[in-house]
Design a protein around this ligand. Structure first.
Ligand code: DAH
Length: 337
């Protein structure tokens, strides 16, 4: 090869390289091009270098310098392009469909529902089924059929939310007792969870809407012993087998005799072991059975009513009942499994 030929081969390579390098679209193609241009064993620059030996001795020095300058220039261009392609690859990976998906939102069961579910489970084992009734009731189902006297204070305007055109928002779940007995002849064993409404302020311990669970068992020969045994069993299942329970005399228009059930528990609030009221109960008043069309000479029964909201508050240490109505995720997520 003559020096002139050597020159033109070098400048042809120098002239081609920028366009070739700019044209590669990814790192794979870039690697192939680098081999083709400046690859160690083959490639256009290697051919040039090996041609050096065929030049006249006196020309080799200048030719070597030219080849080297061409190599450095090409390598600089290659490196610049590589950096560009690597940056672009990073940008592309942001929309890479194989990236892990965003974490999905998981719902949680509300603490009051958790308590209702657990209580329902215990009574289901004892043969109770679930019964439901309307939240908008008639005065008859909510009061009269349950043996409330006409002047009972619970019926006052300032205690009950009356609806226009008659009716009211039920103040307790007890009307479900009447509706169930009207539909199904004894033996009856039901649990009736649901919301009830009262004209109450919304503060740390009151809410105008809250949940109740009603229980009712009606059959031949049912006595107070059945009530005590069942509710004691329930308290031990729910709070722990070692827990003590006690029955205190009380009054409700729809039961006779009536009682309040307490369980002795340590709620972990630093106050130690103490008696906590968990429900009201009693033997169903004969006039309640008669209102529902049940023969009170043949059948007897017992009933109870409890507040799962209160139970949730004591069980989970919730000091202010309002958080149970706020839909605040920071509160609710603590109950996610
Ligand atoms: N209905 C009562 C209330 O809302 C709760 C209650 C007490 C229900 C005693 C009962 C019962 O069935 O036997 O305060």
């Amino acid at each position: 090869m003559t020096l002139e030929e050597f020159h033109s081969t070098c400048s042809a390579l120098a002239a081609d390289a920028p366009a070739l390098i700019a044209a590669v679209a990814d790192l794979g193609a870039w690697g192939d091009l680098r081999n083709a241009l400046v690859g160690r064993t083959s490639g256009r620059l290697t051919d040039i270098m090996s041609a050096l030996g065929s030049l006249p001795k006196e020309d080799r020095r200048a030719a070597g310098q030219l080849a080297n300058a061409t190599k450095v220039a090409i390598e600089e261009l290659l490196e610049k392009r590589r950096a560009e392609l690597a940056g672009a690859a990073k940008t592309i990976s942001l929309s890479d469909p194989t990236m892990p998906a965003r974490e999905s939102w998981r719902g949680s069961v509300h603490p009051v529902s958790l308590v209702i579910d657990e209580i329902s489970g215990i009574f289901r084992e004892l043969g109770f089924s679930i019964a439901l009734g309307p939240e908008a009731e008639t005065e008859w189902y909510n009061f009269q059929a349950l043996n409330f006297p006409a002047d009972h204070p619970a019926m006052e305007l300032h205690d009950t939310l009356y609806l226009e055109g008659g009716g009211l928002l039920r103040t307790h779940t007890s009307p479900v007792q009447i509706r169930t007995l009207q539909k199904y002849p004894p033996p009856v064993r039901i649990l009736a969870p649901g919301n009830v409404y009262r004209r109450d302020f919304f503060d740390a311990t009151h809410s105008p809407m809250f949940a109740q669970i009603e229980g009712l068992a009606v059959d031949e020969g049912i006595s107070f012993a059945d009530l005590k045994a069942t509710l004691t069993h329930f308290a031990k299942r729910f709070y722990g087998a070692s827990k003590r329970t006690r029955f205190r005399p009380s009054f409700f228009p729809f039961t006779e005799p009536s009682a309040e059930v307490d369980v002795e528990v340590d709620l972990g609030d630093g106050r130690g072991l103490r008696w906590v009221e968990i429900m009201g109960c009693g033997l169903v008043h004969p006039s309640v059975l008669e209102s529902a069309g049940v023969d009170s000479e043949k059948y007897t029964g017992w009933a109870f009513g409890m507040g799962p909201g209160r139970i949730a508050q004591s069980r989970y240490g919730i000091p202010d009942c309002r958080v149970m109505f706020d839909s605040d995720m920071r509160f609710l997520q603590q109950f996610a499994k």
